[in-house]
Ligand binder design. Sequence first.
Ligand SMILES: C[S@@+](CC[C@H](N)C(=O)[O-])C[C@H]1O[C@@H](n2cnc3c(N)ncnc32)[C@H](O)[C@@H]1O
Length: 398
Amino acid sequence: MQQGLRVLSQILHHQVPADAALSQHFHKEQSDAHSRNWCIEHIYGFLREGQGIDLLQRHPTLLKTLWVHYLLRHQQISEGLHRHQVDEEFKDTLIPAGSLPAWLEMQVEEQYDDGAENLIKASTRAAEMDLRVNAAKGVSREAVLKQLELQHILAAPTPWSPWGIRLNKHLPINRNALFENGTLEVQDEGSQVVALLANAQSGQTVIDFCAGAGGKTLVLGSQMQSRGRLVAMDVNERRLNNLRPRLKRAGLDNVQTVLLKDEQDPYLSRWQAKADLLLIDAPCSGTGTLRRNPDLKWRLTPESLERLQATQQRILAAASQLVKSGGEMVYATCSLLASENQQQVQAFMDAHPEFSLVPVQSRLQQLGIKLKTTSPWLQLLPSQHGCDGLFVAILRKN
Ligand SMILES: C[S@@+](CC[C@H](N)C(=O)[O-])C[C@H]1O[C@@H](n2cnc3c(N)ncnc32)[C@H](O)[C@@H]1O
């Protein structure tokens, strides 16, 4: 319990991302698998539920009380601590029931109306573990499912992505031969769908502008079957370095990685009007991934959201110049917020009339993905689609 408190203090008082705080903690303190799992499960559980965490900004000393309250609710402690003792500490503080900071909850409620409650609830549940079969390896999803069955791993096809597999529980799949030989990757089904919708083709020049560690680059590469040019760009060197071993495992040899200074990097001039396809998986609030990164919502502020929106606008304006006439630009985020999604695309089109929307529904049909959208873009939601909350719009340069 004390250990958990120390890690939570790093996350909530010192703004250290949860995964980094946990790995620093495990690095410093010897702990067996059982206590590690306990710590991970309950720290993420606490952050996901977020009951009262809003208050910590005003009353940092409440952390212990909130943590004890959480553990009591989940019957993780009983001895020596009595519920009434803890409730005493709460006498003067009303614990808000919400799992999002109030300002963010208000935005979600305004945008999603009747659907907001379910969406917030779904965002507090732990995400399942999704895998993607690498099409470039020439093995079918059914064949991989059979191999998993032989290993007594319970798994099923995901409903939307034709390459997705959902496990019935989280497993250290990176130690499995199917992962090591590049047949399987870990990827949320929603991210698979977004990358598939980009519909990269063999022989094309494709730029993944915000490639990060390459989750979507790998899908683009598998669609291209190592024919054509695939350029993975990012401003973060560590992430690009993490992409390299993944490319090797996946057997993709047509991918070039490029470290950018920013979206105005002079290096980009050589790619002006060269791309058949440009993917912008923009930096965003991450509000669609709260199931996996519950601490994000406590680091996000109205000011940081505004800065992200400005970055999205700058990236859209600069990167769109790399698209050739007749080429496509796919704008994606892992955000639930219209201010980062629909409104960004609309503002971009207002300023760039040479770009027009390709209805996502037609691309879904073309790819045999059984999702439906009545808008020209697609907003995936954990409450409706069972995957991360992701947004995607496809634009063509006329
Ligand atoms: C949502 S993440 C990308 C995730 C990645 N595409 C994937 O599927 O795994 C956004 C990325 O944008 C990068 N980024 C932030 N500012 C950028 C900029 N000005 N130009 C290019 N990339 C940027 C970040 O470093 C981050 O890796």
